[in-house]
Design a protein. Structure first.
Length: 123
């Protein structure tokens, strides 16, 4: 089906970027694994994109404009574009999803963008 693109990804890979793999046009989505005590080797910010991080497993530290925040499974962060940021894994490593999208670009979401179909899914 040309309107759907399904891939399988290695959840043990250090980083998987989905914008090219799935031909995403509205956001960059990455799945990331850092081993014990590893950190992203650079501090960065963005010109236009805010980022959303969701920690799925493990723990670590999040550096944001000189402040340090503790991360654990279930931690969710929204980071504005200009914030200088970096992540460091804790002693069990960290796995997280990062979603980048242009700040203020979301004009509709689930309840305002959804169109409920009459058809029923038969699995």
């Amino acid at each position: 089906m040309e309107n759907i693109k399904l891939i399988n990804t290695d959840l043990n890979a250090s980083r998987t970027e989905f914008h090219e793999l799935l031909s995403l046009s509205g956001a960059e989505v990455s799945y990331n694994n850092l081993p014990k005590d590893a950190e992203i080797p650079f501090v960065h910010s963005h010109k236009e994109n805010e980022e959303f991080y969701l920690v799925l497993k493990g723990s670590g530290k999040f550096y944001a404009d000189g402040k340090i925040f503790d991360l654990k499974e279930g931690s969710a962060l929204k980071v504005k574009p200009a914030v200088k940021r970096c992540i460091k894994a804790g002693n069990e490593g960290i796995s997280y999803i990062c979603i980048q999208a242009k700040e203020h670009s979301l004009s509709q979401f689930t309840m305002t963008d959804a169109v409920i179909a009459e058809e029923k899914a038969v699995f």
